[in-house]
Every structure is written in structure tokens, then in C-alpha cells.
Design a protein around this ligand. Structure first.
Ligand code: BES
Ligand code: ZN
Length: 447
């Protein structure tokens, strides 16, 4: 679906003007309701848009990404962020709930060569831990990590494997079968920050990811000269994360439909996560501020979730805590994840749904974009990989709003790297997302 610019808006309003001659009663009744309240749909939109502050959103993205920095699930930085969000929501007058939940043990790694050089490394949660002293061993060049790449020489050594062709899981399994003592997987493309080699089963040996540059240097300087490296993996046990939930119910009692706005505030290791996802967090915070003061006839919930990057853990927990009745009353989920990149190719706002089908969220956003003249093209697209999946799986209509390149659906090149910083954030695009999602939500909850 493509929703074009001003021309289409003009055409649509002309069509409406013509059609109103024929469908007078419907037109009349809609206008009557609006007139009774002295406001049109556009005026309702303006109540939101005129108050959504570009500066406030940008300041929050700056604070989360630059002042706090990486907010990895289970770390102090993630907890600090949760508290920052909680305090802010309380200051807006919301009732705020903190949900604590446990997450798989957090793994932190260190890699050193025998001449003392530190190599940046990422440890997947399925890695085994090492002793305090770590594992000191020679490296074995295992190519791409096919079974045939391993000889008896691999026994007891740390297999150095290039990314590519096989899944990380298969590479690790082949190294285990060959009797390796550890696995280091290096990137095959130049990306800032070490590789994040997620594996889906717990490995009996330590596993880490490093950059292409590090991998090639280790092959050249260490593996070829029978030098050793020391790999340490510490498990931080009993790790927890948290969701911060703010609620507003209509003045009039009763069982109302519920609208969930969600954004994850954690990041991957080494990434300040300005786009992923300080952007969605900051926009949702600004929506919470603006939408606090207007009368509503549905229940509004903001779910700021942790631990998304380790497998949607926060949003799964949030949805699991809803009662059956609450799920039945849940009308929609507006999930914002990566809504502010300044990458020039990301000119479209994608509306990702799990099944690729339109739903009340995408339809509402499309109608709102037409009314308010959202400059970017909206594209309906099938994709999971964010917290809307948790809502969809519970039968709740959900959309992930995310900026991408139209046609290719590419994400910005800074995604999940140390370059995901405030320098690559557009204040205008943050505001555009806030206006679009803010006015859409308001159009469903206003009374
Ligand atoms: N912010 C991304 C959203 C995203 C959506 C990325 C679609 C790529 C495609 C999100 O934080 C993310 O990185 N998701 C993970 C999956 C998640 C289940 C850990 C991903 O796509 O690798
Ligand atoms: Zn991410």
C-alpha cells in the first residue's frame, strides 16, 4: 500500500466533496457530531500535533543514547533507563506499574592476545562461562566452520570461524563435534562493533563474536604463529529486566477497550541505540505527555518494555500478565521501534504486521496520514522482529512503525552498531512519527 503526497490528499477531499452530495445522511451525521463538539477531525489532530514537541523528543533521544549509552538487558544502564522513564511518567500524573521479570543469565566477555592486546567481543546468551582465569589456548583456523574444515589439530584449541554460508548454530555444533575448546566467529563484512552471533541452544563451550578486522588480525598475527589468546566469559546470574507501564482510564467507569502503545528501551551491546530504540521510547514518552490531558473513552496504556533485543522477553512478559478479559478488550497495539533515523534512503515509514495484512492500526494510521499530510510514504509490510509480535500472538491487532528504504526495506547501516548515535537521528522524522502515531491513537480514544 502506498499513500502519496499532497495531490492524493487533494483528490481525496474532492472525491469526498462530490460523494457527500450522494451520501448526505452519513456525511451529515458525522459533521453533526463534530459540530456539536465544535471540532472537526482535523481540529482533533491539531490538538495533538500542535503540542508534540520535536525538541523534547530529541532531548530524550540524546539523553538515552549519549548520557546513558548502551542499555543492554539486565545491566545497570537498562535499570537506570527504566527508572528514568518511570519518574517521567509519574511527573505527568500517570499511575505507573513496574513489572520485574527474570531473563537468561547475562554473559560478559573479554578477549586478550598473549601480548596483552584487548579485542572487543560479544557473547551470545547461549555461550558457556569460563573459569575466572579464562580459557587460554591456541587458535585454529576453521574457515567457514564446515565439518570438513576441522582436523585433529582443532582439538583443545579455540576455533576461529568466519561468518557466512552456515548459521552460527551449525558452526558452533561443528566445532563442538571436532573437540574445540571454544569458538570465536568473526564478521565477513565491515561493521562497527563486534559481531553478535546469536545461537539458539546452550553450548558446552564459550562462544564469542568479533569484528572482521579483529578476526583477520588474529588469523595473521596469532593463529599463523601458534600464539595463544585468553577468552574469559563471566555469567551474571539471576539477571532481571523490567517493564514500565503507565495507564489512563476514562472518567466514566465500565469495561473499556484498551489501546497499547509500546516501545523497547533496551539496546544491543556496544550500541548507544539512538535509533534502536531511544527513538521509539522518546516518541512514546512525548505522546504520554500530550495525551494525558484530553478526555478519552478508551483505556490508554503505555508499555515501555525491556529485554526486547534478547528475544522480545519484556513484551512477552507484559502480554502474559494481561487477564483474558483484558486481552478481549485489547483493540490495538501501536509499537514504535526505530522511527528517527536520518539515513537518507529511509524515506518511508513501514507499518510491519506479522501476517502482512492491514488491521485497525495500519488503517487508522493510513487515514491519519491522509488527514494530516504525513510527508513520508507509508508502506504496509510483513515482518516480525519487534514487540508487535507478542501482541499479535495474543490476537491483538498490532503494527510496528519503523523507518526503512522503500522497495528494498533496508534498515540504516548503523543498525546494531556503535554508530547508532544521535548524529544519525533526524529531529524532523521523530516529530513526524510522533504526529502520525499520536494523532492516530487520539483518533481512536477521544470521546
Ligand atoms: N529494532 C529492531 C527491529 C527490527 C525489525 C529489526 C525488523 C529488523 C527487522 C529490533 O530491536 C531487533 O533488532 N530485532 C531483532 C529480533 C529480536 C527478536 C531479537 C532482529 O531483527 O534481529
Ligand atoms: Zn534491535
Amino acid at each position: 500500500m502506498k499513500i502519496g503526497g499532497k495531490l492524493k490528499v487533494l483528490m481525496l477531499s474532492m472525491m469526498l466533496a462530490v460523494s457527500s452530495l450522494y451520501v448526505m445522511p452519513i456525511q451529515f451525521s458525522q459533521t453533526a457530531v463534530a459540530q456539536e463538539k465544535g471540532q472537526s477531525g482535523a481540529a482533533f489532530d491539531q490538538k495533538v500535533i500542535s503540542r508534540i514537541s520535536m525538541e523534547r523528543i530529541y532531548e530524550d533521544v540524546h539523553y538515552l543514547s549519549e548520557t546513558i549509552g548502551p542499555r543492554v538487558a539486565g545491566t545497570e544502564e537498562e535499570k537506570f533507563t527504566a527508572n528514568y522513564i518511570k519518574e517521567r511518567l509519574l511527573s505527568y500524573g500517570y499511575e505507573v506499574e513496574v513489572q520485574d521479570f527474570s531473563i537468561p543469565d547475562l554473559k560478559v566477555g573479554h578477549l586478550q592476545t598473549d601480548n596483552g592486546d584487548e579485542v572487543l567481543i560479544n557473547i551470545p546468551s547461549g555461550s558457556a562461562a569460563t573459569t575466572e582465569e579464562g580459557l587460554t589456548a591456541e587458535l585454529y583456523d576453521a574457515g567457514l566452520g564446515y565439518a570438513a574444515d576441522f582436523t585433529d589439530e582443532a582439538v583443545g584449541k579455540i576455533a576461529l570461524i568466519s561468518r557466512g554460508e552456515l548459521t552460527f548454530q551449525v558452526k558452533v555444533e561443528n566445532a563442538i563435534a571436532a573437540g574445540s575448546a571454544g569458538v570465536l566467529i568473526y564478521n565477513n563484512i565491515d561493521q562497527a562493533g563486534p559481531l553478535n552471533p546469536s545461537i539458539n541452544e546452550n553450548a558446552p563451550l564459550p562462544v564469542g563474536g568479533i569484528t572482521k578486522v579483529s578476526g583477520e588480525a588474529l588469523l595473521e598475527d596469532v593463529a599463523s604463529q601458534d600464539g595463544t589468546v585468553t577468552l574469559k566469559v563471566n555469567a551474571i546470574e539471576n539477571a532481571t529486566s523490567q517493564n514500565i507501564i503507565a495507564k489512563r482510564t476514562p472518567k466514566k467507569g465500565g469495561n473499556h477497550d484498551i489501546l497499547h502503545v509500546s516501545a523497547h528501551f533496551d539496546s544491543v551491546p556496544f550500541a548507544p541505540g539512538a535509533s534502536d530504540n531511544a527513538s521509539g521510547t522518546a516518541v512514546a514518552l512525548e505522546m504520554a505527555r500530550v495525551l494525558k490531558s484530553y478526555p478519552i473513552d478508551k483505556e490508554l496504556r503505555f508499555a515501555f518494555v525491556g529485554a526486547e533485543e534478547i528475544g522480545l522477553v519484556g513484551s512477552r512478559y507484559y502480554v502474559s500478565q494481561l487477564t483474558e478479559d483484558e486481552i478481549d478488550r485489547s483493540l490495538a497495539n501501536f509499537n514504535m521501534d526505530m522511527v528517527g533515523t536520518s539515513w537518507e534512503n529511509a524515506t518511508a515509514i513501514y507499518m510491519n504486521t506479522v501476517d502482512g495484512q492491514a488491521n485497525i492500526v495500519s488503517e487508522t494510521a493510513a487515514a491519519t496520514a491522509e488527514r494530516i499530510g504525513t510527508p513520508s510514504e507509508l508502506v504496509l509490510y510483513q515482518r516480525g522482529s519487534s514487540d508487535h509480535v507478542s501482541f499479535h500472538d495474543a490476537g491483538i491487532a498490532a503494527v510496528n512503525f519503523i523507518r526503512r528504504e522503500p522497495g528494498t526495506a533496508n534498515l540504516e547501516p548503523y543498525y546494531h552498531t556503535p554508530l547508532d548515535t544521535i548524529e544519525h537521528i533526524s529531529a524532523e522524522r521523530l516529530k513526524e512519527a510522533g504526529d502520525l502515531v499520536g494523532a492516530s491513537v487520539y483518533s481512536l480514544i477521544r470521546n
